[in-house]
Design a protein around this ligand. Sequence first.
Ligand code: ACM
Ligand code: ZN
Length: 529
Amino acid sequence: MGWRASGLALACIVAGVAGPAAAGEPAGPALIPRPVSVQQCDGAFALEASTGILHSPVAEPAARRLQAALAEVTGLSLPLGPLDSGAARAIRLELGGPGAGPEAYRLDVDPARITLEASDAAGLFYAGQTLVQLLSRAGEPGSWALPCVRVRDAPRFPWRGLMLDCSRTFQSLDYLRRTIDRMAFYKMNVLHLHLTDDQGWRLEIRSHPELTERGARFPDHWNEPSTHHGHYTQAQMRELIRYAADRSVTIVPEIEMPGHSLAALAVLPALSCSGGPFEIHPFFEGPHIHEDIYCAGNDETFRFLEDVLGEVIDLFPSELIHVGGDEAPKGRWETCPKCQARMRAEGLEDEEELQSWFIERLGPFVESRGKRIIGWDEILQGGLPAGAAVMSWRGIEGGIAAAQSGHDVVMSPTSHCYFDYTYERIDTRHAYAYEPVPEELDAAQGRHILGVQANFWSHINREPDEVDTQIFPRLLAIAERGWSPEGARSWEDFRRRVEAHLPRLRAMGIRYHEDAAVMPPGGGDSDLP
Ligand code: ACM
Ligand code: ZN
């Protein structure tokens, strides 16, 4: 972290944003997530239509993205140019500076120049996001200024995620793109898409077109709105993956197994233990957890899942491929002759071991394609493939056990990270209080905690505005817990910054919840500062 040692300019002071804000300490700019260090200096940089964005050839994509982001807020389309153009009063983007770790950056705003520097594209992108957050209106209408600052910043965790359930309710590509923009603005970098469940199969699989021809819509008699049906073609998903990558967001696909698979079994009932038939239904019109799951005794099940996972692996660049694994009732396996024969042949004690065997059977296939499995914490029961990672949701115990046995972990416990829950149960303050590294772990085990993720299940709140309301503003708390240093935690300082961001949320078209923990009654309705 050589950058942190750089000299202090005399006219700079460490702002409250860099450490827990104490009474009388300067408040600091309203940056979310809170950077590692911010020094506020005298003066400001006035942004003008002639201000150039200068970049080296490799930094051109980041320069274009910053140009677009600044245009969106200010309406100004700043000219791009090479670093050696000699232009005065420019914004300079420099990639390949001193190594400070993945996604790290430095941002210096002086009255005459702005410098963004990082050793990777993600860091440069985040420097730009911080710059946009620093923008505020200057005195004259239409003029914009940036306060002079020195920001040194790097994330605490490599995984700062949001899961959207696109199966219970289809989410449009437009909504997914908007969500990616919002995540990126708050330096979140993993969008986990729950693409299959009992209510719908949402991803085109070319070897099994019937999955989306019949598995992506509710039967007509349920009179579901047309927006609740649908699927993504592989071409659309490829485009979305590129859109996300341009904003430093990785899309992690989830294909659920062995449970939560009714949409597939309605189309391919021979892959169940009983043979069906089954019908897709809205969540509240049938069992919330279906007894019918993929048959573990049928080799066809694994041929099918390898077809599916093979296409998923070819499509998604993500190293981790999510295979679900949660809430799989074992009643059908207990009475299925094929499943029981499998248990005898493999010497398995019980159906929990059969679930482990199920996941382990797919592990070598996934690993042979250069990927790793991640699954909900149930995949721990009975053992899991050596390279597999665990998403701890039923609490933190699964995450603790996984990290203690050397597996990587993403923490997303229902207690703090389930944003389909009401604000009475998890308000922004409660989400902000979450600490992703359990105290039970020693330092080496703690390094297995990849990060933290908010989960949104779409069975209750189904329309885009309602999803927004469930997610915002508490997603900002998870963004900060994923990025900011462990010790930099002050609820009152964070609350103040969230309140300052409400006009930005409105400007982004976000319908946020008026969380009493965060805002005064009425929620404020001012414009951008
Ligand atoms: C889950 O919430 N069933 C992972
Ligand atoms: Zn079976």
